[in-house]
Design a protein around this ligand. Sequence first.
Ligand code: SF4
Length: 243
Amino acid sequence: MAVIYEPKGRALEYSALACNLYLGCTHACKYCFAPSCMRKTPDQWHADANPRKDIIQSFEKEARKLADAGEKRPILFCFLSDPYQPDEKKYRLTHQALSIVAKYHLKSKILTKGHTDIIEPDLPLMKQAETELGITLSFGNDTSRREWEPCAACVEERIETLKMAHAMGIRTWVSMEPVIIPKEALELLETLTPFVDHWKIGKLNHFPDIEKRVDWIAFREKAKSILDDQGANYYFKKSLTEL
Ligand code: SF4
């Protein structure tokens, strides 16, 4: 199976190509879909993060072929694990993959909720490779963030990384998914748009008891109004448009 692959279904709303560098993710988000995709329990998937066997060699081989074929679609890192989780400091897989992307002039996108000190050293490389840096942000309040994303970076740190990258001229995007507390998400839209080149917004899924307490159409319309007022670039996921 190719390590650079075409995602299926709703993952396509994020990217036409993707690559998973690690097996496992220690950020341990409560809403994480990766354990069920990988037929693991959350405890198993979130216990550690291990490099996939020969991942960098395989990635380079496939990247070279894609470059020879003139591939223009960006490769997203990653769907099933965070590319900047703590063990990236040890393994540097994301750093190596981005270096290969730069070498072959491919396009790429990062999606992370990692800590600034792990991401920051790679910002010059992202700038060189024209990588789009995506940060997941849907909580404005770190109490909520701790409850749902216990081992990921705090809200302030993610905002700091976003602003730093934007100031360097890196194209930034925010994955505002899953929205769980609409009030906090709307506050982020009000304040962060000057630093965000693209918003991707989706609701919580698979938690029916929580979902039914929210008027999602009202949330979508309010979010749309805030974004339109600021001239923002955005995409609502089908989970919000097909209500
Ligand atoms: S960062 Fe992503 S892959 Fe990792 S636990 Fe959270 S949702 Fe799952």
